[in-house]
Design a protein around this ligand. Structure first.
Ligand code: FES
Ligand SMILES: [Fe+2]
Length: 349
């Protein structure tokens, strides 16, 4: 079960091309994506209403899709406009059409009630194309339930253990965290004073290995599965958690997590930075570093998921250690959202 009345990232904008049908499963539903002649994206249920043939195996005819099997033709609205064997198309013949919007280099899709789709509700990822920032990212295929990744990003005590050669130092796990909850937002803040810069910061920020720095990690979660991290560091004593941090380097790790199935996830992410923005090699270096670290997370999550299935699909254990407050709050928000949507569905029947 996934929340439906939300905008999810479905693809990078360059993945959906003109003259091409592109199939991707989102929240257990196969969807076919393409672009109209004017470039605007379209998303339809990827199953012909006649005999279940995937429309993504069909042919684009201008702005319409023709099914490969018996040639039914569908408009971007999902409505069937041609049946080769007869003159008349019975009213209501068609497939589901999903609201889609292109923003922040991504194609966003609304999986719920189309009447409720409002592009103003798309999450803020402006760092992706803000002229004061540079960002580079990709999509990773995650062999695990999407919640495992939310847990992972909200509990960075794993940095020291999973990412010892990239993101971690042994100073992280022992530092206290502050967890705040607003209506639909969880914020986990960790301030790591006066510690050696990890390898990642040495390479990206040019900090000498023997310079001590103050580091910060401010992680924000919003449902269903967006996690934005503000991470940075500055020479000890020159920045503060509540105030000015411009003496250091600042990055945003931007994560848009989209369930594919119950056991697989599309992991869209990018790393953005506000320093050395005219040097593409810095953008590339940061991207590479994070990509390398995320391979380590993919391994962990794959192993967790395999074990969940080995233990008969029971839910992951949920111990309430100090480090788990953020992840548990996120789960509570999700449970509430699902309950609200179930209530709305009942009310609508
Ligand atoms: S299955 Fe698509 S036209 Fe028959
Ligand atoms: Fe990680």
């Amino acid at each position: 079960m996934f929340p439906r009345n939300f905008w999810y990232v479905a693809a990078w904008d360059h993945e959906v091309r003109r003259q091409e049908l592109f199939r991707r499963t989102i929240c257990n539903e196969p969807v076919v994506f393409y672009r109209k002649d004017d470039g605007s994206p379209v998303a339809l249920e990827d199953r012909c209403c006649h005999r279940h043939m995937p429309l993504s195996d069909g042919v684009l005819k201008g702005n319409n899709v023709e099914c490969l099997y018996h040639g039914l033709v569908y408009e971007p609205s999902g409505e069937c406009v041609h049946i080769p064997s007869q003159e008349r198309v019975p009213p209501g013949t068609g497939v589901k059409s999903y609201p889609v919007v292109q923003r922040y280099q991504w194609i966003w899709i609304w999986m719920g009630d189309p009447q409720l789709a409002n592009p103003d509700d798309i999450e803020d990822f402006h760092w992706m194309d803000d002229p004061n920032w540079r960002a580079k990212g990709t999509r990773l295929q995650l062999d695990g339930n999407f919640m495992l990744l939310i847990d992972n990003l909200l509990d960075l005590t794993h940095l020291q253990f999973v990412h010892p050669t990239t993101l971690g130092t042994n100073a992280i796990a022992k530092e206290p965290i502050k967890t705040e909850r607003e209506d639909n937002l969880v914020r986990v803040t960790r301030w790591i004073p006066d510690s050696p810069p990890p390898p990642f910061f040495q390479r990206a920020g040019g900090f000498p290995a023997d310079l001590l720095i103050d580091r910060w990690q401010v992680i924000e979660y919003t449902p269903p599965a967006f996690v934005r991290l503000d991470v940075g560091g500055a020479p000890t004593g020159t920045a503060s958690i509540d105030g000015d941090r411009s003496s250091g380097i600042s990055m945003r790790n931007l994560n848009a997590i989209t369930p594919e199935t119950e056991t697989t996830t599309h992991y869209f992410w990018a790393q953005a930075h506000n320093f050395n923005i005219d040097d593409p090699s810095v953008t590339e270096l940061l991207y590479r570093q994070v990509w390398t670290a995320f391979q380590e997370d993919l391994f962990v999550i794959k192993r967790q998921q395999a074990n969940i299935e080995a233990f008969n699909g029971s839910l992951p254990l949920q111990k309430d250690f100090n480090q788990d407050v953020g992840g548990n709050q996120a789960r509570r928000i999700l449970e509430r959202v699902l309950a609200e949507e179930a209530g709305q569905a009942v009310a609508a029947e």
